[in-house]
Design a protein. Sequence first.
Lengths: 178, 156, 501
Amino acid sequence: MSILAVTEVLVAQNIAFAIIAVGVVVAGVRLVTTENVVHAALWLVVVLAGIAGLYILLAAEFTAIVQVLVYIGAIVVLFLFGIMLTRARLGEGETVNKKMRAPALVIAVAMFALMAYSLWGYFGSTELEVMGRSTAELGQTTAQVADTLFLTYLIPFEVVSVLLLAALTGAIVLARRD
Amino acid sequence: MLLTDISPLLSATTAGESYSDFVRSYLTVAIFGLLALGMVALLLGVGSIIRPNRPQPGKYLTYESGVDPVGEAWPQTQVRYYIFALLFVIFDVEAVFIFPWATRLDSETALVDSSGNVFEILGPYGSYGLVKMLLFIAVLALGLVYAWRKKVLRWM
Amino acid sequence: MNILAAVGVDNPPLDWHALAPELVLVGLLAVLLLVDAFGGERSRWAMPSLTGIGLLAALIPVATLAYDGVVRSMFDGAYVVDNYALLFKALFLIAGYVVVLLSTNYIAEGDYWEGEYYQLLVASLLGMTVMASARDLISVFLALELLSIPAYMLAAWRKRDLGSEEAGMKYYLMGVFASAILLYGMSLLYGMTGSTLLVDIAGAIEGTEVPALVALAVVLVVVGFAFKVSAVPFHTWAPDTYQGAPTPVTAFLAVGSKAAGFVALMTVVLIAFPTQPRIFEPLIWALAAVTMIVGNLIALRQTNLVRMLAYSGVAQAGYILAPLAVAGVSGASAAMAVEAVSTYLVIYAAMNLGAFAVVIAVARKTGSAEIDSYGGLFSYSPVLAVCMSVFLFSLAGIPPLAGWYGKLTIFLALIEPGTLAGYILAVIVGLASVIALFYYARVAKVMFVDPAPDGDTTPIRVPMSLAAALTITVAVTLVVGVLPQVLARVTGAETFLSIGG
């Protein structure tokens, strides 16, 4: 593999990243500035979808799928149901209060600074190493995830199905009206 | 009997050629999404250019089968619909676990006898993987059977 | 397709015999669900019997595995079936069986969802049996979730009762909070070592360059489990949850969940952190000391028997934690600690389940768990009063009841390493036991001396299943107390620690 090929890929990757990142940041700003809580939840979908796109660019396919199915699928649906089930007056003007804006801003900036600080050292490198092993060795493709799921973590995997079943029956009993 | 994978080994997708193949396969998804957005924008845009524009207050009412709407469009939802959200979440999470198994389906396991002849070719993890996945799905299918028999799936 | 690649997918061999107890439980769960779904109202009466039979059936492979005596290790040692695992599997299954006996009339006579109740109970027990064998972080975590999540819902099972909803809600919130802390610790461990196997983690964190990070991970993991076993200061959910939840569920939480939490704590600490005694020993020492003192002191002031048992359970958690505080001194002290904790958990399960059985029986008549309502119990239901005294004095550690032998093993484990910390903790255990005697004896005094509060002295009719539960628990409490060597034969720690390195 020539160095040229890598550079070309990285250029295309950077352009795609820039496009998605701008979209995510715009959607993120709208998410926290919108006055309707339902709109905020829908902006959250845009943000999460953009992040899923970034995972694809990082070749983390399984993470992207989890992002779409669990975050956009499950969590946003639960958010929306949670909003709809409460007695908030959704249609009328402001449903979000903004008293916590200043502390939220401080926390957001602090988080950004922390992450930027810890990632700074890796700027420019193409591959992270964890415990002396490359990300490829640690298992990154979806097929590698499948292999560990079936060959190493088989029992936890089957436990998950029983856990979901128990959660389902229990939740139905507790959420039913009668 | 020996279980051996005879598919081309999956190469690591960290950089270079395989990475670009990987991203290119998702380029299709991106193009498809952009086309869908473009189509919507095109239809609405062309519509807004060529249609006549005469605003009246009545036109902004919610359409409710021709009669005047009652109440608002943002009522509090009944709690019983929450069960549908819960059902969705459970099977959504199930899909997360089925997905990696599905990506492995194009690689095959060959059953080889003692003299090295392939006598059967199976899915990703052989019958072993099939049984495991069927067990996983069957346990969750029990949940669906339960919900159906307890009449949770009725809309009203 | 004619080229055979050198590297392929090697499917790990599955030992069906070793997995048989879990498979029986999964089968039982499926049968319960299908009978409930298709049998309708007619099948309600069959649920407890089916569950009981299923749990006893799951004990058969446990017995055959124990008879076989081979250590079975699967998935590179992530799932191990040895004597340690089998002892706890048997404990969980039998405790589960007794809980089914306690639940039979309580659930059938209340307005409860019966089929689902037993399904969730079995699901939770499955999580416990998996926990007994789990030797890697992911298995431990998922087993913990599988045993906890059904328990959260069972605690809120009396849907129209605010107290029960509060019980479920508090237990759930504290439980997920604990899970988050635990997961954070686990993710640090995985990040440092690149492995989820406890044995590999032990090797990798020995002499690591970042001791602060190891310390943080160990502390987070231990604190995460401390919530589960309701150690002070992470016990605040326990009294309200115990009081609000249906009483058989309380018994299940007090015995099953707590024992499973201890099994997880012991497994992780002794297999993954044996090289870090400087971190976990002082932490567990402090937790144990505070838990014993605070639990017993608050228990003194309780007027409700279930709340008193909740605080007494907190205090008992302190006793069980104590041997782990000196487990890192040497291999021998670790073995003694495992033996003491295993022994005490078995005995604690019997005497605590028994105490709750009496509470359920008495509540059938009085509808109350206030200590005052036990007045005159001896005059109209002498058998129940005597049973309750047996359990309470066993909890207090009076010979010749089983609790005495449990305390003895804890003392021996604390004294064995010969360290000052161990001696001090042994003294605290002794002092705490003396305090505990006061509130246990007070209940006995009310039962034997005080008159019945409303003058109603009709005897309590104890249903068959409750009587069976009482018989089992009394028998274990007496037999282990008089012939402790019966239990000592099955609580050895050799195979467990040899795998731990």
